[in-house]
Ligand binder design. Structure first.
Ligand code: IMP
Length: 176
């Protein structure tokens, strides 16, 4: 079978070093506390699995699925809840783990939804952030990398369902 190798934007080693630092910061900030980690599917699954291995605190792992992109590279402008978490977060410290904050709509919608459930705190860890695209008021507490406005794939992120398995963050070019 023909092999494909999209251009590397952030290497496996760079990702791993950054996640180590994020894990240490989260471990320090949540001293003496338990965390409910909410992994936003599907894009954050690899980041979340690597991140929680570096968080030395008791935690419960939950999954939520939201979609706004359909199959293209532009947001549809609507966020749909495809799958909800299974636990009650009232009075709990919640850490959302997201792959990328682009316009910020997905995270803003998720934050508003979770706030109604009265958690003790809600923080956000995002692997990537495209500042030039931000349209909504979103605060990222633990950020992996700020990137320019390019459509990225790999390390969990997809284009039309493909490329999630790449071990690095790549850029999609014509021909991939
Ligand atoms: P936002 O709601 O505009 O912030 O978009 C967030 C969601 O869009 C992310 O969770 C991703 O699923 C998707 N997304 C945004 N930019 C990219 C990208 O460059 N590559 C892959 N997915 C992206």
């Amino acid at each position: 079978m023909e092999s494909y190798r999209p251009e590397v934007m952030i290497s496996e080693d760079e990702i791993s070093l950054r996640i180590e630092a994020l894990g240490q910061a989260i471990t320090a900030d949540y001293a003496g506390q338990e965390i409910v980690v909410i992994c936003v599917l599907k894009g954050a699954f690899i980041f979340c699995s690597d991140l929680i291995k570096r968080v030395n605190r008791p935690l419960a792992l939950e999954f939520i699925a939201l979609s706004s992109y359909g199959d293209g590279t532009q947001s549809t402008g609507n966020v749909r809840l495809d799958m909800d978490i299974t636990c009650n977060v009232e009075g709990k410290h919640v850490l959302i783990v997201e792959d990328i904050v682009d316009s910020g709509l997905t995270i803003k919608t998720l934050m508003q939804m979770l706030q109604l459930r009265k958690p003790k705190s809600v923080r956000l860890a995002s692997l990537l952030f495209k500042p030039s695209k931000l349209k909504h008021d979103v605060k990222i507490d633990y950020l992996g990398f700020e990137i320019e406005d390019k459509f990225v794939i790999g390390y969990g992120l997809d284009y039309a369902g493909r490329y999630r398995e790449l071990p690095y963050i790549g850029v999609l070019n014509a021909g991939n």
